[in-house]
Design a binder for this molecule. Sequence first.
Ligand code: 6GU
Length: 225
Amino acid sequence: MRIDIITVLPELLESPLNHSIMKRAKTKGLLEVNLIQLRDFTTDKHNTVDDYQYGGGAGMVMMCEPIAKCIEQLKSERHYDEIIYMTPDGETLTQKNLNGFSLLKNIIILCGHYKGIDERIRQLYITKEISIGDYVLSGGELAAAILVDGIGRLLPGVLNDETSALTDSFQDNLLSPPVYTRPPVFNGLAVPEILLSGHELKIQEWRYEQAIERTKTRRPDLLKD
Ligand code: 6GU
């Protein structure tokens, strides 16, 4: 999969996308992430990407021309399955979105700043608008890093058995059950006996019950559908 990220702050994305699972996905050739500096598509000497908003009001707006030029160039090189704009007024990201995105071949992610981007770019180019939750960040970069991480770990071959995505919370609308490792007793707290029993079927049953219980108490909304 190829992900092209358009941003004025590529530095913000470098570290999160070059460690751990994301690093492995790239090294294995399963994920290619390109950071594209939007300022490279400006024509003035100050590399301006934003301007005052029509109608007045506080906050700058990201201009049409650099973004359009950048997207047009990318689109002339290959077909994109989605052009995603990271914005707090987008659709809230869920595991279901991630599963869908992980099946795509080429996507563009556009990171917004300031008051956002000119509405006409959204009309002309954007195919999906994604938010990571009901709060506001200073830019779309950290949200984009979360989106790419969530997609990258789902690509076939990235995770092994130990890190399998199939048993993640949310994959079946259930939170994950509690997990334990050594020692068997810590500060007087023992690991549930069933986990030491070696009885695989019973362990599976226990984990399923715990997942239901945990979801009921913490996220009853997930059990509604
Ligand atoms: Cl995608 N961008 C910004 N700036 N803030 C957010 C967000 C995105 N999702 C939640 N808050």
